[in-house]
Design a protein around this ligand. Structure first.
Ligand code: HEM
Length: 150
């Protein structure tokens, strides 16, 4: 099996875990938490999913960058927005940065406040929706590579 093919399979498996986990959270756990007015339903899911989710994100970044380099897109080309596949890579890196900023704000701001007794689930809900949308967007943008890029 070719090197690039193995990277792509790892990338797709990690994308399944990352995007699938967030859709599961949004479609099943968030409605239950709102219905039962119980923030622990979401907090418990986050706690269990955290290691798997962060591992998947690391694999996405690692395999994504390795595939980009395999396509001849070196770090010095990133963010030039000059070529179709490079544009995909640069856009994904920007969306990744946004995802990481949101993850940090959840870990160090929103979740500690909920644990400290705040019961307003809305900030966390917006955060989950935004991260899920970013994940789906990265998946859609990634799918353009096989059609030549953006
Ligand atoms: C949440 C994050 C991400 C998700 C959900 C995601 C998802 C995907 C998906 C579904 C594909 C399509 C593969 C295909 O059409 O066969 C893809 C391709 C690709 N992604 Fe990502 N990706 C993510 C992050 C990244 C990052 C951070 C990079 C790094 C620059 C990256 C680089 C690439 C590249 C280069 C391809 C083209 C692979 C190929 O077709 O040979 N991705 N991605």
């Amino acid at each position: 099996m070719a090197y690039h093919h193995i990277l792509l399979l790892l990338h797709l498996l990690a994308a399944t875990i990352w995007v699938g986990g967030h859709i599961l959270l949004l479609a099943c756990y968030v409605p239950a938490a709102l219905r039962e007015k119980n923030k622990h339903i979401i907090l418990d899911f986050e706690k269990k999913y955290e290691k798997l989710g962060m591992g998947a994100l690391l694999v996405l970044v690692g395999s994504g960058i390795a595939m980009a380099i395999d396509y001849g897109i070196a770090p010095t080309d990133w963010f030039s927005f000059a070529a179709p596949v490079e544009r995909v890579v640069s856009l994904k890196l920007l969306l990744l940065l946004l995802t990481l900023l949101l993850a940090l704000s959840a870990q160090f701001n929103i979740i500690p406040r909920l644990k400290a007794g705040n019961n307003n689930l809305l900030p966390l809900l917006y955060h989950i929706m935004f991260v899920t949308a970013l994940g789906i967007l990265m998946l859609v943008i990634g799918s353009f590579v096989r059609f030549g890029g953006i």
